[in-house]
Each structure stands twice: as C-alpha cells, then as structure tokens.
Design a protein around this ligand. Structure first.
Ligand SMILES: Nc1ncnc2c1ncn2[C@@H]1O[C@H](COP(=O)(O)OP(=O)(O)O)[C@@H](O)[C@H]1O
Ligand SMILES: [Mg+2]
Length: 193
C-alpha cells in the first residue's frame, strides 16, 4: 500500500506521518529529510536556496520514487511525506502504485493560514526549512485538493489521535479489497502528538 501524506508546509504532515508510522509497520520517506541527506548535512541544518532548485528537487524525488517502487515490490507499506503540491509531482506515485498493483491513498492535510503562521514561527529542529513566505508562495500555485488520486481530506488542527483513527479506518477498508492485512501496533497507545 502507498500512502502519500501531502499538503503545504506546517499543516501537520510529518506529525501525522510519524503517528501512522508508530501505529503501522511501514517505511516513511520524508522529502525534507532526504534533501538534507542528499546535501550531506544533518536533518536540522538549514540549506541555502540552491538546494531548492527544480534540478535538486528532481533528484530528491527521483530517489524517493525509486525507493517507493523497490519497497512496494517487497510488499512494504510506504509512507511518503512531501508537499506534492502539483499533479506533475503526484503522477509518478500514481503510476508506481498502479504498476505495483497496490492501493494508493492520499492524505491531504490542510490548516488555516493563521494556524500555520503561528506553527512555522515557533517550529525548531525540523528538517523543513519552509517559512510563511514559502507557504504563501506554494499556496498560490498549489493544485489542491488532489483530485487526481483517491484521498482523505484531513484537518491538520484536529487531534492527531482522531486523524490516525480516520486514516486506519480508511486504510483497513482499502486493504480489505486486496485480501491483505495490516498489523496495528499501537492503536491504544497514542500520545498527544
Ligand atoms: N494535529 C495537530 N494538532 C496540533 N498541532 C499540530 C498538529 N499537527 C502538527 N502540529 C504542530 O504543527 C507544527 C507543524 O507540523 P508538522 O507536522 O511539522 O507539519 P509539516 O510536516 O506539514 O510541515 C509542529 O510543530 C506540530 O507540533
Ligand atoms: Mg514535515
């Protein structure tokens, strides 16, 4: 199964992705972390804009796509955590899931601008370098909601435990059709975040 946790910076993607990862045996591919690793810096070292060019981003995503393909072949549940603001960025994942014959589910997270502003202003020690300026710029051209794939629309201000319940419910439904099962590790062990 392929899960794409997507949305603008600060909406709560990585928080949700970590919660899913704690609950379900899966491999989490976080684009911000991959970018830092490819640049040869620690996950929380800020990078200059030269690492946010279309060229460098394409390298980051080629790597994530390649790993996704490989991991799905090995029957892992893959959790991609990336903004994926446009169809053109999402399309490779749609194709990969189709070719692998696994269910694909987008988890589209959204939060009000003022909530995001407050969150980004106080965020520390995160692999993301995005600030409010980046958020505003990305929002202006984002192709959301992601109507090009099956997705859940999630409010990034809801308690993470509620979001997780919704996700696990939907994932369970989709896997039922494939005859596969999923081991839920920590459904009742949710911490606040
Ligand atoms: N559901 C939530 N409820 C309350 N705070 C949240 C929630 N999701 C995320 N946050 C907070 O918002 C900030 C940004 O979340 P994060 O998961 O890093 O967003 P993203 O990965 O989309 O950039 C974090 O500091 C996190 O603690
Ligand atoms: Mg993140």
């Amino acid at each position: 199964m392929l899960l794409l946790v997507m949305g603008l910076p600060g909406v709560g993607k990585s928080t949700l992705a970590r919660a899913i990862h704690r609950a379900v045996q899966s491999v989490r591919l976080e684009s911000d972390r991959v970018r830092k690793w490819m640049a040869g810096v620690s996950p929380t070292t800020p990078l200059p804009l030269s690492y946010y060019t279309p060229d460098f981003s394409a390298r980051v995503f080629r790597w994530i796509e390649h790993q996704t393909e490989r991991l799905l072949q090995e029957e892992h549940v893959v959790l991609v955590d990336a903004t994926l603001t446009k169809r053109i960025y999402r399309r490779p994942f749609v194709e990969i899931a189709r070719k692998a014959g696994v269910p694909l589910l987008g988890l589209y997270c959204e939060a009000p601008d003022d909530v995001v502003r407050a969150r980004l202003a106080r965020r520390r020690g995160d692999p993301s370098d995005a600030d409010m300026e980046v958020y505003v710029r990305m929002k202006a051209t984002a192709e959301f909601p992601p109507e090009d794939l099956p997705y859940l629309h999630l409010r990034g201000t809801d308690p993470v435990a509620h979001l997780l319940e919704r996700v696990l419910e939907e994932v369970g439904q989709r896997l039922m059709n494939t005859g596969k099962t999923l081991t839920i590790r920590a459904r009742n062990l949710m911490l606040p975040l």
